[in-house]
Write a protein that binds this ligand. Structure first.
Ligand SMILES: Nc1ncnc2c1ncn2[C@@H]1O[C@H](COP(=O)(O)OP(=O)(O)OP(=O)(O)O)[C@@H](O)[C@H]1O
Length: 244
């Protein structure tokens, strides 16, 4: 089976010389949901910024559904890898929700009835179809985050990358977004500091620290390893127990 994502020997230093990744190997199969865990400054964002070509690998290679991430393939890679940014306001800039969700697929050449149907099904998937004609400026933060998810879904990407999807959500909005994400049949990479969210949504986790993957396995196993968590400055919320 062609992996949804294959990263081999990825190393990267920022222009100021900060070496952020030191040889990352990662294979993600189609349909897997993988949490990307790690303390502040571990290299999580640097890794995911390589997946849609925002950063270009210093060494090593990345391919998405068999297509190498390279300058020549950038447009197709950006269709294949949809990133939901932490701040929905980085993603929403059109007068209405419907136009925001249409923007991506229209940019990739989808028109007419196919475009309408892509917009409607993405907004339905996140439970926001009733707000199609509303301005994103008039939505709550949680609603804007859902619309941001829809803007990515409408492009039908091979992989969805979510950066801190549960950040700044009230408990109910956090749970509702989890239900939305669980209902999507999609390869997902989720960067998060919310360890219970990782457990709920992602059967597999990778733990990054110091620019390398220090653990890769079932999320429940990683989160049950209190020594491993402590070594890498991760901590479950007070009183949280891994369900048996
Ligand atoms: N633009 C930049 N220029 C120089 N160094 C950078 C830049 N962005 C990040 N870094 C450095 O690269 C390393 C990895 O940072 P990165 O943002 O990938 O970590 P992270 O795991 O996403 O952290 P956080 O959980 O705090 O978001 C850190 O040492 C950071 O200081």
């Amino acid at each position: 089976m062609t992996p949804a994502l294959q990263v081999e020997g990825l190393a990267y230093a920022y222009p100021d010389g900060t070496q952020a990744l030191f040889g990352v190997d990662l294979r993600v199969d189609p349909g897997e949901r993988v949490a990307v865990l790690g303390p502040n400054g571990a290299g999580k964002t640097t890794l995911v910024m390589h997946l849609n070509g925002v950063l270009q690998a210093g060494a090593g290679s990345i391919s998405v559904a068999g297509l190498p991430v390279s300058k020549a393939n950038l447009k197709e890679i950006r269709r294949r890898v949809g990133v939901v940014f932490q701040d929905p306001d980085d993603q929403l800039f059109m007068p209405t929700v419907g136009e925001d969700v249409a923007f991506g697929p229209a940019n990739f050449g989808v028109t007419g009835a196919a475009l309408e149907s892509a917009v409607a099904s993405a907004l339905n998937a996140v439970g926001m179809a009733h707000l199609t004609d509303k301005s994103p400026l008039h939505l709550s933060f949680g609603q804007r985050r859902r619309v941001a998810v829809a803007t990515v879904l409408a492009c039908d990407p091979e992989i969805m990358v979510l950066d801190e999807p549960s950040a700044n959500l009230e408990p109910i909005a956090r749970r509702e977004l989890a239900e939305v994400l669980l209902s999507l049949d999609r390869t997902m990479l989720m960067v998060t500091h919310d360890l219970p969210y990782a457990l709920q949504l992602c059967p597999r986790s990778i733990l990054i620290d110091g620019g390398v993957i220090v653990a890769d396995g079932p999320t429940e196993k990683i989160l049950a390893d209190t020594d491993l968590l402590a070594q890498h400055r991760l901590e479950l919320p007070y009183g949280f127990q891994i369900p048996a």
